[in-house]
Design a protein around this ligand. Structure first.
Ligand code: CTP
Length: 401
């Protein structure tokens, strides 16, 4: 059921827009309130009056209308929604969203929003298969935009194939599934570390490592998708800030630790960062190239995972760490779990033979007090989802105890 859920339905210009009218009905039947934004092209297929009559609310369409902006600015339109559904999502609107264009109310609302977005694409098979459309969808998926459909079947102009918008009931089911998942970690606070750290040698040089931050970012995004209030403390990476996550950018291990400690108390902490074990005793001035090469004196960095796991009365209920090993994977990971005081360790084999390092996938074994659970080879995104689901299950069981 969708009682109390506020859906902002963006209707773009495609023949499937007629099905959006039924979607409004299906969503309202399940208890949601529905507010509609229509593009100019959508109004060539269906009238605002029809959408207004079915939604019971006025329909917004003009970015520049003084009345629209006075009564309901584009920022408020998205702020007052729990989920934005784009149905039909045309190739054009998908491309605009991927590129960040905002030349009408619909595209501006989407770009100005930090709310979850669900797309229900509808278009001709060739437009769907076009590499531009596919790469736009891949970009959006990376940003956390989810999608339902399209399906295969009869299309307009007597054609048939993949491109039909999912049926209104299927879209309404996907909306419900979104909120079920979203409730799993609602009310929980999560802290995730990600990426490498940079340790200064002098005011212009530093030591870093090759961590991409992909896994940590994927975990933060997945936990946020389940509704947790998520803070990601990230070293310097090329990864975009995940949607729906508060990101604090740091450089050194000590900065990372102090930001993490300032976030306590949290329910769960996941330490996925490749924190430098040592920092350099920093030279106050830039080292000059004269005489013999300088000797760098290394000082041990604080261990963030161990510090959080031993944070006396502010210890997170669940502390999760990683162990990247090249040999004796499980034994080394078990030893790391005990040494650092973590509840769970995600062990991954980073030997050259595994091919994991720097790739988009991971081969994880979860080690807890009961034993080892092997997940097999998964994409980093799937590892994030699996871990987030496992965390939700942990709190569910704790609540039942
Ligand atoms: N970790 C941390 N702070 C550090 C070092 C590591 O929080 N200063 C965390 C990592 O985020 C990871 C776990 O500890 O979750 C394991 O890190 P790893 O580098 O594999 O372990 P080390 O303790 O550095 O041991 P070694 O390098 O000797 O294997």
């Amino acid at each position: 059921m969708l009682h109390g859920r506020r859906i902002l339905l963006v209707i773009a210009g495609g023949i499937a827009a007629y099905k959006s009218l039924e979607l409004i009905r299906r969503l309202r039947e399940r208890g949601a309130t529905v507010r509609c934004v229509m593009t100019a092209a959508a109004q060539r297929f269906i009238t605002p009056l029809a959408a207004q009559t079915l939604s019971g609310d006025r329909v917004y369409s003009d970015l520049f209308s003084l009345t629209d902006e006075n009564e309901m600015g584009h920022l408020r339109l998205s702020q007052e929604a729990d989920l934005i559904v784009v149905a039909p999502a045309t190739a054009d609107l998908i491309a605009k969203l991927a590129a960040g264009l905002a030349d009408d109310l619909a595209s501006t609302v989407l770009i100005a929003s930090n709310k979850p977005i669900l797309l229900a694409p509808a278009m001709n098979t060739r437009m769907w298969a076009n590499p531009a459309t596919q790469s736009n969808l891949a970009v959006l998926e990376k940003r956390g935009v989810t999608r339902i459909g399209p399906e295969s079947g009869p299309l307009a102009e007597a054609e048939s194939g993949l491109g039909r918008m999912a049926e209104p009931t299927t879209i309404a089911d996907a909306v419900e599934a979104h909120f079920v998942a979203y409730a799993l970690l609602r009310g929980r606070k999560a802290l995730v570390t990600s990426g490498p750290t940079e340790e200064a040698i002098d005011p212009v040089r530093y030591i870093a490592n090759r961590s991409s931050g992909k896994q940590g970012h994927a975990i933060a995004a997945a936990i946020a998708r389940l509704g947790a209030d998520t803070v990601l403390v990230s070293g310097p990476t090329r990864e975009a800030d995940p949607p729906g996550v508060r990101v604090v950018h740091v450089r050194s291990a000590r900065e990372m630790l102090s930001v993490c400690e300032a976030q306590l108390p949290v329910d769960v902490a996941v330490c996925a960062a490749a924190v430098a074990d040592w920092r350099v005793d920093v030279a106050p001035q830039k080292l000059k190239k004269k005489g013999a090469p300088p000797t760098l004196t290394l000082v041990e960095n604080p261990d963030i995972l161990a510090t959080l796991a031993h944070a006396a009365n502010r210890r997170p209920r669940l502390v999760v760490g990683f162990a990247a090993e090249t040999e004796n994977l499980i034994a080394a990971a078990r030893a790391k779990r005990a040494a650092k005081g973590a509840d769970w360790i995600l062990a991954n084999d980073v030997s050259a033979a595994s091919g994991v390092f720097g790739s988009d996938s991971n081969d994880i074994h979860l080690i807890d007090e009961r034993g080892t659970e092997s997940w097999g080879r998964l994409s980093k995104r799937d590892v994030g989802d699996r871990l987030a689901a496992r965390i939700a299950q942990f709190f569910d069981r704790k609540a039942a105890e």
